[in-house]
Design a protein around this ligand. Structure first.
Ligand code: ADP
Ligand code: ZN
Ligand code: ZN
Length: 699
C-alpha cells in the first residue's frame, strides 16, 4: 500500500492553545491546498483548510488522518490563503482561527453532499460566471461626468493599466462631489474586463442604499452583499456566489474584505477613514489596511474614498506612496455649508448651561421649517438623559455592575446600562433617601426630540414633525428604512439622531445640520478624537445642501464653549488639508501614529489588581526579551469604562518607531504570555482573558 500523503492543515484552534501555524496530517488521496476539511484535534473534530506548503513533520512522526474533505467546494485560492496568512501573522492570531472566522459558519455545518447541492442550485439560479446576457447594453442613461470626475477616472484607468504596478489610490472628494459615480464607473470598467469588484462600506445601514444604486446601474449583473445582518444561509449563498465567480459585484462591510473573489480586479473602500473598518474582537483587523494589502497581492486596483481621509492614508498620499485624486467641487457647483458657531459662553447663564438648544439655533430651525426645508440635529447620546440624580442626597443612577451611569429612557421608563445591558424600571423615589423628586441630568436624543417638539412650530398651524433615528428607534426590522423613507419623502421637518444619521445618506431636502454638543471630543485623552470630530462634522455638514439649488443657503451649526479652537477654524474654511497638516505636526512631535506604531495589550479579571498584575508580569517578561530595546512598554492603566458586568479591564500600550521591530517583538513576546498567565497561582491573581490589539483605534 502506498504511503499516505502528508499535508498541512490550518485548523480552528483558539488562540490560548498556542497553536499558531498549520498542523500536520495525513491523507489517503491528494488534496489541493485551499480544500476545506475536517480533522481530529485532541478528542474533537474541527474544521480546517488544507494549507499551501509541504509538511515538514519528521518522517517517523505518527500523524492523524484527515477525517473528511469537502471536495464539492472548489479550493480557496493561493491569494486568499496568502492574505489570511499575512493577516494572522500581522494581527498575531492563529492562521486557522482567522481562516475559519472569516469563512461563513454554514460551511462548517454542511457535509459534502449538502454543499454540492447548494452549489448546483446557485449555478442554476445565477448561470455561468460573467455571462449575463446583454448585461452592459441595457444600462439607462448615464449622467455626464463633471470635469473633475472625468479627470479622476482617466487617472484611475491609467494607473490601473495592465502591466503597471497599480498603486493604491486615495480619492479625496468633498461631500457631494460624486465619489459614488466614480466607484460605479470604475466597477463597470473592471466588469467589462471580466473581473469582479469588491465594494466596502463602513455601515451595514448603508448597504441597501448602495446595493440599490449598483443594481440600477448594473441591471443583469449579479450583485451580492456580505454583512453581519444576513442569516447564515444568506451569507453562505453570497459567499459562494463570490467564490464560484458567479457574482460580478460583492458589496459588504469589513468582513467582506476576506471574501473569496477569484477574479478580483477592483476594491473600493468607501469612507476609508471610518473606525467601523476595524474589527473589535478576535483578530482585530483593519479591513481598510487588508484591502490595501490584498490589492497589492492580487494586482487589483484599490480605491480609498473619503472627504476626510484617515491621517495615515493622507500622509501616505503626501509621501507619494498612494496616488491622490482630488474632487474639490460638489456636483452642480453648490457651495459647502457655511459654518455657524454658537458661542455658548455668550448666552445668559439661565439659557447656556441648561438649554440643549440655544435660542439662535431654535430660530434658525424655525426659519427652515417655515421655508419648507428640512434640518438634521445630532447628538451622540441616545436615551433621554445620561443619568438620573437626586438633588437631596446626591444619588446617581450608577450601574451596580459597571463603572458607568445607567441611562434614563423615558419612553419605556427604564434605566438602562449601555455597557452590560442591565435594564430596570425607573424607581419612583430615590433609592437612597426616598426623595420623590429625582431628575434627569444632561440630555440624550429622546430629550432633544421632546424639547424640539416644544420649541418649534410646524407649518399651517400644525405641530412640527420631528423624527428621531438612533439605535433605539431602529431596533425593529424595517424601522430604519421606514424612517429614512419619511425623511426622503419630505414628511419630516427636523431629523434628530445620533451619528448614525450623519453618514452617507443622500438627503436632498436638508439645508441645515446642527451639532448640539460636540465639544467633549476636543479635550479627550484619545489622540484621535480631533480627527474623528473633524470627520464627523464635515460628514454631517455634507448632509446639507446636497441639492445644488439649495446649497448656497446650507449651514452647519455647531454649539460650542470653545469657538476659537483651531479645529473649528479649519472647519470654517472646509480645509481638511490644513487640518491634517497641523494634526500630523502635533503627532510627529508627540511621537504618535503614523510616526510610531502601537499595540495595546488588554487584560480582564475579577479584580483590577489581577489584571494589573498580569500586565506587569507581561511587561517584565518582555523586558528580558530580544528586541526589548526597540519598543517602549507603558504602565498599565484602566480602560475608559474600567468595569463592565463586574469584570475589570486594564490595558498597556506598546509603542515602537518601527513597525517591523514591533512585529518582531510581539511575535516573540505574545506566545510567552500563555505561561505568564498560568504562573498566577492564587485564584485572586488569575485573569479571565487577555488579547492584543495591533494598530488600536481607541486609546
Ligand atoms: P459623495 O459620495 O462624493 O458625497 P455622491 O456620489 O453621493 O457624492 O454624489 C452626490 C449626488 O450627485 C448624488 O445624488 C449623485 O447621484 C449625483 N451625481 C454624481 N455625479 C453626477 C454627475 N456627473 N452628474 C449629475 N449628478 C451626479
Ligand atoms: Zn436621594
Ligand atoms: Zn452595566
Amino acid at each position: 500500500m502506498a504511503e499516505p500523503l502528508r499535508l498541512r492543515v490550518a485548523v480552528e484552534a483558539p488562540q490560548h492553545t498556542g497553536l499558531a501555524g498549520p498542523l500536520d496530517y495525513t491523507s489517503e488521496y491528494p488534496l489541493a491546498p485551499g480544500t476545506l476539511v475536517r480533522v481530529p484535534l485532541g478528542r474533537r473534530d474541527v474544521a480546517g483548510v488544507v494549507w499551501p506548503g509541504a509538511s515538514n513533520a519528521a518522517a517517523d512522526m505518527a500523524l492523524r488522518d484527515v477525517r473528511e474533505a469537502l471536495t464539492a467546494l472548489p479550493p480557496l485560492g493561493a491569494h486568499w490563503c496568502e492574505l489570511v496568512n499575512f493577516a494572522a501573522g500581522y494581527y498575531q492570531r492563529s492562521v486557522g482561527e482567522l481562516a475559519l472566522s472569516v469563512l461563513p459558519s454554514e460551511l462548517r455545518k454542511l457535509d459534502d453532499a449538502q454543499l454540492a447541492n447548494r452549489i448546483k442550485k446557485l449555478h442554476r439560479a445565477l448561470g455561468d460566471p460573467g455571462a449575463a446576457p446583454g448585461a452592459d447594453t441595457q444600462v439607462s442613461e448615464l449622467p455626464s461626468l463633471s470635469e473633475q470626475q472625468a479627470a479622476a477616472l482617466k487617472s484611475i484607468d491609467t494607473l490601473g493599466a495592465k502591466g503597471s504596478a497599480t498603486p493604491t489610490i486615495l480619492l479625496q472628494g468633498v461631500t457631494g462631489s460624486g465619489k459614488t459615480e466614480i466607484y460605479l464607473r470604475a466597477a463597470a470598467q473592471a466588469l467589462a474586463e471580466g473581473q469582479q469588484a469588491l465594494v466596502l462600506v463602513p455601515e451595514i445601514n448603508l448597504t441597501p442604499q448602495l446595493e440599490a444604486r449598483f443594481a440600477e446601474r448594473f441591471a443583469g449583473r449579479h450583485i451580492v452583499s456580505l454583512h453581519s445582518g444576513l442569516t447564515p444561509a444568506q451569507r453562505l449563498r453570497s459567499w459562494l456566489a463570490a467564490h464560484l465567480g458567479l457574482a460580478d459585484l460583492v458589496l459588504g462591510t469589513r468582513l467582506a474584505v476576506f471574501a473569496s473573489v477569484p477574479r478580483l480586479g477592483l476594491i473600493v473602500v468607501d469612507e476609508e477613514h471610518d473606525p467601523s473598518y476595524k474589527q473589535q474582537e478576535g483578530a482585530r483587523y483593519s479591513a481598510r489596511d487588508m484591502a490595501v494589502y490584498r490589492g497589492k497581492l492580487e494586482g487589483a486596483t484599490v480605491l480609498l474614498g473619503s472627504a476626510t481621509p484617515s491621517l495615515e492614508s493622507w500622509q501616505r498620499a503626501e509621501q507619494g506612496r498612494y496616488a491622490r485624486l482630488a474632487l474639490t467641487q460638489r456636483i452642480g457647483g453648490g457651495a459647502l455649508p457655511a459654518l455657524r458657531l454658537v458661542d455658548m459662553n455668550l448666552l445668559p447663564r439661565s439659557q447656556g448651561m441648561n438649554a440643549s438648544i440655544s435660542p439662535p439655533l431654535v430660530a434658525a430651525l424655525q426659519r427652515r421649517i417655515d421655508a419648507g426645508e428640512q434640518s438634521l440635529v445630532f447628538l451622540n447620546r441616545r436615551g433621554y438623559a445620561p443619568v438620573l440624580h437626586c438633588a437631596d442626597c446626591g444619588w446617581k443612577s450608577g450601574c451596580p455592575h459597571c463603572s458607568a451611569w445607567r441611562v434614563f429612557h423615558k419612553l419605556d421608563r427604564t434605566l438602562r446600562c449601555h455597557h452590560c445591558g442591565l435594564s430596570e424600571p425607573v424607581p419612583r423615589t430615590c433609592p437612597e433617601c426616598g426623595n420623590l423628586d429625582i431628575a434627569p441630568l444632561g440630555r440624550g436624543t429622546e430629550r432633544l426630540e421632546e424639547q424640539l417638539a416644544e420649541l418649534l412650530r410646524g407649518t399651517a398651524g400644525k405641530p412640527a414633525r420631528i423624527a428621531r433615528i438612533d439605535a433605539d428607534s431602529t431596533r425593529l426590522k424595517g424601522a430604519l428604512e421606514a424612517q429614512l423613507g419619511a425623511v426622503h419623502a419630505g414628511d419630516v421637518d427636523v431629523l434628530v439622531g445620533t451619528q448614525m444619521i450623519t453618514k452617507g445618506h443622500d438627503f436632498r431636502r436638508i439645508t441645515l445640520v446642527a451639532a448640539v454638543n460636540p465639544d467633549t471630543s476636543l479635550f479627550s485623552s484619545d489622540f484621535r478624537a480631533p480627527e474623528r470630530l473633524f470627520a464627523l462634522l464635515m460628514q454631517a455638514g455634507g448632509r446639507a445642501g446636497r441639492d445644488a439649488a439649495q446649497a448656497a443657503r446650507s449651514e452647519l451649526w455647531v454649539q460650542t464653549w470653545h469657538p476659537r479652537h483651531a479645529l473649528y477654524t479649519a472647519l470654517r474654511s472646509h480645509d481638511f488639508d490644513a487640518f491634517a497638516k497641523s494634526q500630523l505636526a502635533e503627532r510627529e512631535m508627540a511621537g504618535l501614529p503614523p510616526y510610531s506604531h502601537l499595540a495595546m495589550l488588554r487584560a480582564e479579571a475579577r479584580s483590577a489588581e489581577a489584571a494589573r498584575g498580569f500586565l506587569q508580569a507581561a511587561a517584565e517578561r518582555g523586558a528580558e526579551m530580544a528586541g526589548a530595546d526597540t519598543v517602549m512598554v507603558y504602565p498599565p492603566v484602566p480602560t475608559g469604562v474600567a468595569r463592565v458586568a463586574n469584570v475589570e479591564r486594564m490595558q498597556m500600550l506598546v509603542e515602537s518607531p518601527s513597525r517591523m521591530a514591533l512585529q518582531r517583538f510581539l511575535a516573540l513576546w505574545l506566545p510567552e504570555l500563555h505561561a505568564v498567565r498560568r504562573a498566577a497561582k492564587a485564584p485572586g491573581q488569575r485573569i479571565l482573558r487577555w488579547a492584543v490589539d495591533i494598530d488600536p483605534l481607541a486609546i
